[in-house]
Structures are given as structure tokens and as C-alpha cells.
Design a protein around this ligand. Sequence first.
Ligand code: GUN
Length: 278
Amino acid sequence: MAERIDGKAISAQIKDEVKSKVSELKNEGIEVCLAVIQVGNDPASNVYVGNKKKACEYCGIRSESHELPESTSEDELLELIGRLNADAAVDGILVQLPLPEHISEDKVIAAIDPAKDVDGFSVNSVGALAVGKKGFRSCTPAGIIELLKRTGIEIAGRECVIIGRSNIVGKPMALMMLEQNATVTVCHSKTVNLRDVTSRADILIVAIGRPKMITAGYVKEGAVVIDVGIHRNENNKLCGDVDFDDVAGKCSYITPVPGGVGPMTIAMLMHNCVSKYL
Ligand code: GUN
């Protein structure tokens, strides 16, 4: 039976490290501040934004909340970002996605000062990652690297297969695993014989967005399985992209849903808010 990777415990450890850094900075008269922008009232975004604010409170980071109506224009949002860019008291700017359809996410992300892009979504941040320069790292894949390292899992030289090529998870994940010297393969909807590819993986990272799609038949004996998916099943219970009960009998380590990758995203966001002071 696989060992569970405890994302709740590891994320708590990271938040405590951030909290202690924030408290040190407070003693030096420095206050850390994250500006959180939400446009509209998407129910999932309400939950995510609420959790981000709670994490800020726990860590001692001031969260400056900008809750804008659905009718906000792109120009109004860009103007707010411009003001926050210029505000020396603001360390990080987070624009919760998705945005309403009349606002271009690309334009909004591009408007954020790269020095405040704590989500790590900008072309600048992703470009820095691609060429191995310092910069903000996208929180979910950075959290997965922390899960692996803090669990003592060797990455260098191992076969890593990632399913999913999104800008937020799959692509930056591939670059970060490459940076850790893994041999990396990225699979996607056009991949032929997916099972053959995933069965080679020592570390399998699944971000497909389809509930319980990955069963034991996709997994090599003894592999490490990381599940990025989060869904509600027919009984309203949370589940991932991986069929946990089926796969746990075959792999060596596995992340549960909930309590695996999920809590790491916010922990790494907190980390990014203080990283310039580390
Ligand atoms: N929407 C879903 N996940 C995220 C995230 O990590 N950051 C932002 N800004 N929006 C999201």
C-alpha cells in the first residue's frame, strides 16, 4: 500500500516558515502586503479568495481586498493594477481567475509588475523559469516540487511524466522538473497510447481535469503519483483525476484529494509574498 503524501502537514510547515519570516520583518518595521483582486462573484473563486485571505491572516501578511463588480471594464481593472504597481506598500498582486469574458486575462496578467507577480503567470515569470533565472514560480507546480523534496523523494535522473499542458500547471511543471534534472515527458489530449507513456513514469503528475481517469493500468509498480485534479463525484465527495483506491495498491507514494496538492498552492503563494526578503 502506498504512503500518502501529506499536503496538509507540509503546507502548514511552509506557512509557519512564512509566518516566522513575516514576524521578523515586522520587527524591522516592514509590513508584507498582498493585494487580492476579484471581479464578479464566481462561487469557486469566492472560496479560493476566502482561503487566500485566511492564509494571509495566519501568516501575518496584510491582505488588501479589491472586490469589483462583474460589470467592471477592462480599463478600470488595468487602472487599478497600475495604481497597485506604483504603490510601494504592496508586495504582491493577485488577480483571481477566471475573469469575466469581456476582460482579457492575457492583458491583465501582462499589466502586473513582474516584481509583484506572485502567481507567477506572466510571460516574464514563465520566461525566467524557462531560462533558469530567478523569478516568481507558479504556485501549484512549485508546491509539487516542495511536496516531493520534503517527502524525501529523489527527482534527479528519474522519468517524470506529466499529463496536461496548461500554462498554470503542465508547462511550468515540466520546466521545474527539468530544472531538478528529471527526464521529462508531457502528455496531452493528442498523445497516442497514453498508458504506454505513463507506465514508464517513476513520477507521474496528473493534471487532466477528468475525475478518476487514471487507474492502476496507467501506473508503474512503485511509482510516485501526484494528483492535481479536484472534482465532486456523484455523492458530492471530493475526488481527483486519479482513482485513489485503485492506484494506491500499486504505487509507492500518492497524494490524496483533498489534502494533497490543493493546500500547497496557497502555501506557495504565501511563500512568494515574502520571497524577495529571503
Ligand atoms: N484560479 C484558479 N487557480 C488560480 C490561481 O492559482 N491563481 C489565480 N489568480 N486564479 C486562479
